[in-house]
Design a protein around this ligand. Structure first.
Ligand code: ZN
Length: 291
């Protein structure tokens, strides 16, 4: 079997690589409850082949973005991990393939300076830790883990029962106990090219990552957007959005800011290449791949 190299692109002097852990294929109406399968089918021209499959189901990728910027190395979101709670086990990739793929992309765990979690849902924190004997230890031993203060507080308040945050006792609490977490508030500048911005609605304290270098810009969405079709229908919230009205306001704000600009959109659950741009056409807004 031939291994395909992980897709990679540059934003000025910054390099971003996408390492995919898993891909799932839900129907539009199941992931985005207010949506229409018929609309998605009629949008094949711009959604296929990367964003819908041959049967018009959505392509939803679970991946990490690896960033090299300002001499530092960042992992954004850490997938579902290896020991999932019941109900999520179908998402797991057996074994440690994900870590081998990071290694092949040049990101050995001990070389990573920062791990950023856009939020604390199960498909974004999985490889934060791994099991060593009875203990859960940081997978990235030399990294600071960057989490939104509001996200950590909400997890703590939930008493371990936060929707879609199952497993945080293994993927988040051990990091807090080890003292390796930086609890930030947006707008937080990590390095000159990497800034964390507030994109609320999906979860309390949800953050996106803004990359800027020279005259080039990019935005890693996190779950402010799950699928490119939402740029054409921003009111189609995800069933996992805890506050769908606020997530819709966030998508509309991003759309206003980013449409018909050169800013690259890096979708945290988008299939296909690393990034795309938002372009107005006579038929509406389209997401056009850039690499
Ligand atoms: Zn997600």
């Amino acid at each position: 079997m031939t291994e395909t190299a992980a897709p990679r692109l540059r934003i000025g002097d910054v390099t971003v690589t996408k390492v995919v852990e898993a891909v799932v294929h839900p129907e539009a109406e199941s992931l985005l409850p207010g949506s229409s399968n018929d609309y998605v089918r009629a949008s094949r021209e711009w959604l296929a082949p990367h964003f819908i499959d041959a049967t018009d189901r959505l392509v939803i990728s679970i991946h990490s973005f690896l960033i090299e910027a300002d001499g530092r190395r960042f992992v954004v979101d850490t997938g579902v991990g290896w020991d999932l709670p019941d109900g999520f086990k179908h998402l797991a990739t057996p074994g440690e393939k994900y870590l081998r793929d990071l290694d092949s992309a040049g990101f050995a765990p001990n070389s990573v300076d920062f791990v950023i979690c856009t939020h604390l849902h199960v498909d974004h924190v999985g490889w934060n830790t791994r099991q060593q004997g009875e203990e859960w230890v940081p997978t990235f031993p030399n990294a600071r883990y960057v989490l939104a203060d509001d996200a950590v507080s909400a997890w703590r308040r939930s008493g371990g029962s936060g929707a879609h945050s199952h497993g945080n006792d293994r993927t988040v609490e051990p990091l807090l106990a080890a003292g390796v977490v930086d609890r930030i508030t947006p707008d937080h500048v990590l390095t000159p090219s990497v800034r964390l911005v507030s994109t609320p609605g999906h979860t309390p304290g949800h953050i996106s990552i803004e990359i800027s270098s020279g005259d080039q810009r990019g935005l890693i969405t996190g779950d402010a957007s799950h699928h490119p079709v939402q740029w054409s229908q921003p009111h189609w919230a995800s069933k996992a959005d805890l506050d769908p009205e606020e997530s819709t306001r966030t998508r509309r704000r991003l759309l206003d800011e980013l449409v018909d600009t050169d800013t690259l959109i890096l979708g945290t659950h988008y299939g296909g290449p690393v990034a795309g741009r938002l372009v107005t056409t006579p038929a509406g807004v389209r997401f056009v791949t850039a690499d």
